[in-house]
Write a protein of this length. Structure first.
Length: 117
């Protein structure tokens, strides 16, 4: 129970926590932009999708790029008036990412305290 956690596990937990919380906040912001209207949602979704394609061009960051493209596509779809109800999915996903990131940060903090003392 008091085992020291390896540094690589700590790093992975910290990165997952920060990425989860940051991604969840970004997704909630994109949902707000999509709710503002068709053109803001289309523009923001297109920019995020293009950024995801650029991120995904490297082999190491392919998964992050695909997630970013999916967030951009969801923003575009949520901004279309006929599909405006899709925004709830973005809210649920954003909150889920924040909760999962917070859990990873909690585990990171707990394991960091085990290492220091």
């Amino acid at each position: 129970m008091g085992d020291i956690v390896p540094r690589s596990v700590l790093v992975r937990q910290g990165v997952k926590g920060i990425a989860g919380v940051g991604g969840g906040i970004a997704l909630l912001i994109l949902k707000g932009i999509a709710a503002a209207g068709f053109w803001p949602g289309l523009l923001a979704g297109a920019v995020v999708s293009i950024a995801g394609l650029v991120i995904g061009s490297s082999r190491e960051d392919r998964a992050a790029g695909m997630v970013t493209v999916a967030a951009g596509a969801a923003t575009v779809i949520a901004s279309i008036p006929a599909f405006h109800g899709v925004g709830w999915l973005m809210s649920v996903s954003g909150i889920g990412l924040i909760v999962a990131g917070a859990w990873s940060l909690f585990k990171f903090w707990r394991n960091l305290r085990k290492r220091s003392g």
